[in-house]
Ligand binder design. Structure first.
Ligand code: PEP
Ligand code: MN
Length: 337
């Protein structure tokens, strides 16, 4: 349920109404807009006496939320959510650029890539330390040592780090060590993991599952937000279709649909979508043109010898060259990079 207050509503009115709703087993999520206050209400809203609420002079209307996701719903929060990570804002006018290798491989590798993507203008360094591989015989990541190397690269370059968490057992370490916790496509519906990260105050990059609908993705965001952590960044990374030429099919309509349905920022991962490095630049441009809040791109200094996802990784030089066309496309919508 959403309760829209009119311009006469005072802080005391909001407090009074919140108290009434809370004593009826509901949680209230207020949004203070420029002209209006909106109270998102979750919980046992059946219990609320709607007439009693509507009779208040400062209440304009009550809206029912049809969708099963509430906190992630744009009705709850008409303005775009902004997520602050250090001095960077995700979801605002400046695009978020996350770049780095699929996996951390060595100190020299991660440091070299970090320095180069930083010089090119990236705002965040990505790198997998724990990898969700299809085969148990494939490289599983450098694990704790990989996290240490990411921290070292952060110290050397100042770039905040993004890395994938696969298990609740490592949650405390990730909360301590990384700036944005990535939840990969394969874990998008690992509900225990989602509940656990919902208890933290870390920004979460939530990737769309391999065959997940928008509603399923938003329900996963809801799991995190229901726990109190509202700092969720959605990520479209391609979905399974009948096509096998590309690794996945990049669904650019996700940006438009998710922005209409939700207030959360959405970024695009063209690397895992295409699976081919030579598609990454054009798909990145398309993603910015369609209104994505940013990109997460796999960049490797020696793609041919990368231990993981070399075929979809672009070089630091190509990444640097991509920034200018992206800046020009962003400018069309008065955005920067
Ligand atoms: C990754 O980002 O390296 C990754 C494994 O992505 P996804 O979960 O989208 O497959
Ligand atoms: Mn990868």
């Amino acid at each position: 349920m959403v309760i829209v207050l009119n311009e006469t509503a005072t802080a005391e009115n909001v407090e009074e109404l919140t108290r009434y709703l809370e004593t009826n087993d509901c949680k209230v999520c207020p949004t203070y807009g420029e002209f209006q206050i909106i109270l998102g209400v979750v919980g046992n809203t059946q219990q609320i006496d709607r007439d009693r609420v509507l009779n208040k002079k400062y209440v304009e209307k009550i809206l029912s939320v049809q969708q099963p996701y509430k906190k992630a719903n744009r009705m709850f929060h008409p303005e775009n959510s902004l997520i602050q990570v250090g001095d960077q804002t995700i979801g605002g006018n400046k695009l978020t650029m996350i770049a780095g290798p699929c996996s951390v491989e060595s100190e020299a590798q991660i440091l070299d890539i970090a320095k180069q993507v930083k010089a090119a203008g990236a705002g965040f360094l990505r790198g997998g330390a724990y990898k969700p591989r299809t085969s148990p015989y494939s490289f599983q990541g450098m694990e704790e040592e990989g996290l240490e190397l990411l921290k070292f690269a952060r110290k050397e370059t100042g770039l905040p780090i993004v890395s994938e968490l696969m298990s609740i057992a490592k949650l405390d370490k990730f909360v301590e060590d990384v700036d944005i916790i990535q939840i990969g496509a394969r874990n998008m519906q690992n509900f225990d993991l989602l509940k656990a990260i919902g208890q933290t105050n870390k920004p979460i990059l939530l990737k769309r599952g391999l065959s997940a609908t928008f509603e399923e993705l938003l329900m996963s965001a809801e799991y995190i937000m229901a726990g109190g952590n509202e700092q969720v960044i959605l990520c479209e990374r391609g979905i399974r279709t009948f096509e096998t030429y590309t690794r996945n099919t990049l669904d650019l309509s996700a940006v438009l649909a998710l922005k209409r349905l939700s207030h959360l920022p959405i970024i695009i991962d063209p690397s895992h979508a295409a699976g081919k490095w030579w598609m990454v630049e054009a798909l990145s441009k398309a993603a910015v043109a369609v209104g994505a809040d940013g990109l997460i791109i796999e960049v490797h200094n020696d793609p041919a010898n990368a231990v993981c996802d070399g075929k979809q990784s672009i070089t630091p030089e190509r990444f640097a060259a991509l920034m200018e066309p992206l800046r020009l496309i962003a400018q069309i919508d008065n955005r920067t990079i």
